[in-house]
Design a protein. Structure first.
Length: 662
């Protein structure tokens, strides 16, 4: 995919990037991505050329050839509490280079757009520190007939003017930005930093340790310098000063130590406050500094769906027709014939009976349908008519006794992933996104991907084809194991500690995941299946050569009805051409599992990792799990590497697979 640098600094400059970076666990509208030209923030998708150049009669109309077909997912999202006007998922088409220019796409309007962010740059040569707009003015003055294209990446016009065309050093961006829990992001007010007061305690800064002067700058025309010391490698080694001759603070160096103690209050306009339940929120929301590459800068809200061929559902436009016929008093038989027998009569009767009140389907309920489709399908070999789903159930003889119920090799799967929005500082689950939060939960706000918010007709999505291995464990075996394991004091203490850590955790999504109070059995089942998933992903890397970054997990776990995981890879990733599904036969899975359990028994961080009592990771939501033994790249994990404990699988006293190890 080509990325258009859609800013007034570098119009029509293109950068090649993977399509998945536009919609993924680390990228999308509002995210910061690193490119050879610098860090860029992807614009809202209504600003992308792909959308702006598809306007007819003042309305954005995306050609059907760009639509992604997944009616089951479309109906899940298009309801009164969700995106009631949603018509289709659309993808930005892949771009190929033009025949004349390798750095320009063939179709320049089929691109996404982004702007430089953060917008403050410094020159390593002359040490000047300016906003990018000021740097562009310097470049325009120094170079006659300056073009915006040649200013990408940005260059120092001051050095160019002094030392000639052979010396135009590229500028560097600062590494820090400020985020607020309501989803806003901004640059740190660097023009005020050289007057900062440190070690300050003040109610206006919510216990922050730095105060800035927002009344006045150090002088009328600050001439800032950004200096890095060779003696200190931390923030104390970076200093900002003003060198303007008329500045009363000239030469005063203020280092960045204490930067993360800065808090800046967010003031809301009347328009922003309109419709809020808590109009006092303007006194509660603060910006705080973070490194631009920090995970907390961007948490995308994604929904994904496995295409199920027998559940294509009714098209939204046909549902609207049914409602119109119903309002006119027409019966099911009339509608059946009016729709040219497109759907079974019984299906239309059911819709009329239920008044067609579509509501949001919770994530677990949505996945349960997929789980049952695979597990309860009577076909050993299954291929749908469009070949979007092809799988084979493997026969089991040895693994049944170790708690395996089914292993299914999916030779082809179609996965649709759509981005609904994003948050900053803390994540929200899909279910949180559609829920009505009370006033105490308003501090973390969702941001939509376009100006149309929940009234949008389109959502950006990606359609992925790949392969995978589906594993379902036995409900009865897990239940009897939990009863036995709960008699072990060490096991009980571990679960109790995780229970307390979840209860005290700030993330609303974590608290609601297992219910409050925490459903203990659901928590144990989830940790068991999730840890098994991670160990198998890591072992596929060690034993078979799959990079763990190319694998993904889809967890199917609730308290009573499902306990399984799908390990899959998509086309274009390493090993997506039959190599993964070749590991599905029982002999291969048994070999893979034994090796994974043995490897998990020997962590480089033991005995500390295995014997932790307080929890590890974010919020202490892991027990015996670290990067040496259990954690995987975050793009491969659905749970941000949380809720993991290898002891539940391998412990000699209570491990689920202790019999297999012995």
């Amino acid at each position: 995919m080509a990325l258009r640098r859609n800013s007034r600094i570098a119009d029509n400059k293109f950068v090649k990037m993977q399509t998945r970076k536009a919609i993924s666990s680390y990228g999308g509208s509002g995210s910061i991505i690193e490119t050879p030209f610098g860090a860029l923030m992807i614009d809202k998708f209504d600003q992308w050329p792909f959308f702006r150049f598809n306007v007819k009669d003042g309305q954005t109309v995306i050609d059907a050839s760009y639509h992604i077909s997944d009616e089951r997912l479309l109906q899940r999202l298009s309801h009164k509490d969700g995106f009631e006007k949603l018509e289709a998922f659309v993808y930005v088409p892949d771009n190929v280079s033009s025949s004349s220019r390798a750095d320009v796409p063939e179709h320049q309007n089929d691109t996404i757009s982004a702007s430089f962010f953060p917008k403050w740059f410094y020159c390593n040569s002359c040490k000047r520190f300016k906003h990018i707009n000021d740097w562009w003015r310097e470049w325009s003055l120094a170079k006659s007939n300056a073009t915006k294209k040649e200013f990408a990446p940005p260059k120092c016009g001051v050095c160019y003017a002094k030392r000639g065309s052979k010396f135009a050093p590229e500028l560097e961006q600062v590494r820090f930005v400020m985020t607020a829990p309501n989803g806003d992001i901004k640059d740190i007010p660097w023009e005020r930093w050289n007057k900062a007061q440190k070690a300050v305690q003040d109610e206006d800064t919510e216990n922050g340790s730095v105060r800035l002067d927002y009344e006045a700058l150090c002088c009328e025309n600050p001439d800032l310098r950004y200096s890095k010391s060779t003696k200190f490698s931390d923030l104390a080694g970076i200093s900002i000063k003003c060198m303007n001759d008329g500045c009363s603070h000239k030469g005063r160096m203020m280092n960045l130590s204490g930067l993360f103690g800065l808090r800046e209050r967010k003031y809301f306009t009347e328009e922003e406050l309109l419709g809020r339940h808590d109009r006092k929120m303007e006194s509660k929301v603060y910006f705080k500094p973070v490194i631009r590459s920090s995970n907390s800068v961007y948490y995308p809200i994604l929904v994904s769906s496995i295409f199920l061929p027998i559940d294509k559902g009714l098209l939204n436009k046909d549902i609207e027709k049914i409602n119109r016929f119903k309002s006119k008093g027409k019966d099911a038989e009339f509608i059946y014939e009016a729709l040219e027998e497109k759907y079974p009569l019984e299906q239309i009767q059911e819709i009329l009976k239920n008044d067609n009140d579509m509501i949001y389907i919770p994530e677990l309920e949505y996945r349960l349908y997929e789980y049952n489709f695979l597990v309860k399908n009577s076909n050993i070999d299954f291929t749908d008519e469009d070949e979007n789903l092809i799988f084979k159930k493997e026969s089991l003889s040895k693994l049944n006794s170790f708690g395996f119920e089914q292993i299914i090799g999916l030779r082809r799967i179609k996965m649709t992933t759509a981005q609904l929005g994003y948050t900053r500082q803390e994540p929200l689950t899909n279910d949180d996104f559609f829920s009505n939060m009370d006033e105490t939960q308003m501090l973390i706000e969702k941001k939509f991907t376009s100006k149309w918010a929940d009234k949008t007709k389109y959502l950006p999505a990606i359609e992925s084809f790949g392969e995978g291995i589906f594993i379902a464990l036995s409900h009865d075996k897990i239940e009897s194991w939990i009863i036995q394991a709960e008699t072990n004091e060490h096991f009980k203490n571990k679960i109790n500690k995780l229970y307390l850590n979840i209860e005290s955790h700030a993330y609303r999504s974590v608290k609601e995941k297992f219910g409050m109070p925490v459903d203990r059995e659901h928590l144990i089942r989830f940790i068991l299946v999730h840890t098994l998933s991670h160990l198998l992903i890591k072992e596929l890397e060690f034993l078979c050569g799959y990079p763990s970054t190319s694998l993904n997990e889809r967890l199917f776990v609730d308290r009573d009805q499902m306990q399984g995981v799908l390990l899959y890879t998509i086309a274009g990733a390493e090993g997506s051409y039959g190599g993964l599904v070749s590991q599905a036969p029982e002999t291969q899975i048994l070999r893979l599992l034994k090796s994974a359990l043995r490897r998990a028994s020997d962590c480089a961080s033991d005995p500390i990792c295995y014997n932790t009592d307080d929890g590890q990771g974010v919020g202490g939501l892991n027990m015996a799990a670290c990067y040496s033994c259990t954690l995987i790249p975050e793009n491969a994990c659905e749970e941000f590497n949380s809720f993991l404990d290898r002891s539940l699988l391998i412990d000699e006293a209570y491990g689920f697979f202790k019999g297999l190890l012995n």
